[in-house]
Design a protein around this ligand. Structure first.
Ligand SMILES: Cc1cc2nc3c(=O)[nH]c(=O)nc-3n(C[C@H](O)[C@H](O)[C@H](O)COP(=O)(O)OP(=O)(O)OC[C@H]3O[C@@H](n4cnc5c(N)ncnc54)[C@H](O)[C@@H]3O)c2cc1C
Ligand code: FES
Length: 368
């Protein structure tokens, strides 16, 4: 037992010191009034120094992506800071490539505003807004996936299919602060005053536990967005789309949008990987799309179907099913593009299969 005492004392002293430094920094270091110049004068903010750049921008209603809510664990809050703000921090390093470091890219949630700053953010982020929503409907799609439809009343959201929003949930139980996470929009862009999401329960996950166990119809919540770069291309390529679980969300939005815009001359192959029948959902909806869109092929596949399950569709790992179709069904003489959405493991494995079959243009939305 004694061998544990010294490290525990050191850890306690280090935390006490860090806490004391943060209090001293907050109360003694008065950074005063500071200017943040965004995109060479497109917007200039007069703010009080002392907070993190992400928090300061949020309080001025400039919303940049922050899927982890500022904890330094998602790498989404990148922006270019051309003013010298000191060396890259160890917390930033895992999320920045050498190229980004050379271009002065930093994580806004890790940089404190201490002096005038010149920063650059993608222009489309000026369109991101905070929406006050009311939960209109909660549909159980499977035992662990819910469709949540949020009405944003008279407000309207402009987005391209494939984008995501950040859902902000209130404190509950042992969670003492507001928490936000990223969710792809599953409704179509023409439905401007509602935002739908497909949310899979992650055991012990903060936001998904609230959504699955606490959220009620009529509940008020905030959504921030739209964010992201995932979208279909504008060319006429054959789209090879692969999703698993709630990765269905951006494709649901995309295909309904294409159908509505009568873009049905485009060939689409949509693979949906699940383990067993109880992990499948919205089958009828995609079969209906197939009826209206002759070039649309929906291929759900079960990787662990049970012997007694009534399933006549594809069986096997989604990678094997994808490989088979790429080799024998999907015309290789046409330009093909890959679109992937879901867990990093599924994206990595399917990316390899697409590449091995000669597909070079691959776009993905990683839910990690
Ligand atoms: C751009 C983007 C779009 C996204 N879109 C969707 C979407 O449409 N639908 C959706 O359901 N999710 C989506 N996600 C994931 C979502 O943002 C959350 O990460 C997820 O819902 C978990 O949140 P949580 O607060 O419940 O869990 P947390 O409290 O953040 O995590 C709890 C623990 O679970 C682990 N964990 C987190 N995610 C997973 C996972 N997927 N599988 C296994 N373990 C995990 C964490 O490492 C952590 O240890 C998206 C993520 C990104 C970055
Ligand atoms: S907000 Fe997630 S790393 Fe900065």
């Amino acid at each position: 037992m004694e061998f544990l005492i010294a490290p525990i004392i050191v850890a306690l002293l280090a935390s006490a010191l860090a806490f004391a430094i943060s209090i001293i920094d907050k109360h003694l270091n008065n950074y005063g009034d500071v200017k943040i110049n965004i995109n060479s004068g497109k917007k200039v903010l007069d703010v009080k120094g002392g907070d993190k750049l992400l928090t300061t921008l949020f309080s001025e209603r400039v919303f940049i992506p922050s899927a982890c809510g500022g904890k330094g664990t998602c790498g989404a809050c990148k922006c270019k800071i051309t003013t010298d703000v000191g060396p890259i921090l160890p917390t930033e390093r895992p999320y920045l490539s050498m190229e980004e470091i050379n271009e002065n890219t930093r994580l806004a949630c890790q940089i404190k505003v201490k002096k005038n700053l010149d920063i650059f953010i993608p222009e489309e982020l000026f369109n991101a807004k905070e929406f006050s929503g009311v939960v209109e409907k909660i549909n159980d799609l499977t035992y662990d996936i819910k469709e949540v439809i949020v009405s944003i009343g008279d407000e309207s959201i402009d987005f391209v299919s494939g984008r995501y929003v950040q859902l902000v949930i209130p404190p509950y139980g042992k969670i003492k602060e507001y928490t936000q996470r990223a969710y792809s929009i599953s409704s179509k862009p023409s439905e401007k005053n509602k935002i739908a999401m497909l949310i899979r329960l992650i055991p012990n996950g903060i936001v998904t536990t609230w959504v699955h166990n606490y959220m009620k119809v009529g509940e008020k919540l905030k959504l921030i967005g739209p964010f992201g770069e995932f979208e279909k291309s504008d060319c006429k390529s054959t789209m090879v789309c692969i999703a698993g679980g709630s990765g269905m969300a951006p494709f649901k939005s995309m295909f309904h949008d294409m159908l509505e815009k009568d873009e049905i001359d485009r060939e689409v192959w949509y693979f949906f990987g699940a383990r067993t029948i109880k992990d499948l959902f919205l089958l009828e909806e995609f079969k209906e799309i197939e009826k209206k869109w002759p070039n649309f092929h929906f291929i759900p596949a079960l990787s662990a179907s049970l012997p007694n399950e009534d399933w006549t569709g594809e069986k096997g790992l989604i990678t094997d099913v994808l490989d088979k179709y790429l080799k024998f069904e999907i015309d290789p003489s046409k330009h093909r593009e890959g679109f992937l959405c879901g867990s990093p493991g599924m994206i990595g494995a399917c990316n390899n299969i697409l590449s091995h079959n000669g597909i070079k243009d691959i776009f993905y939305d990683d839910f990690s």
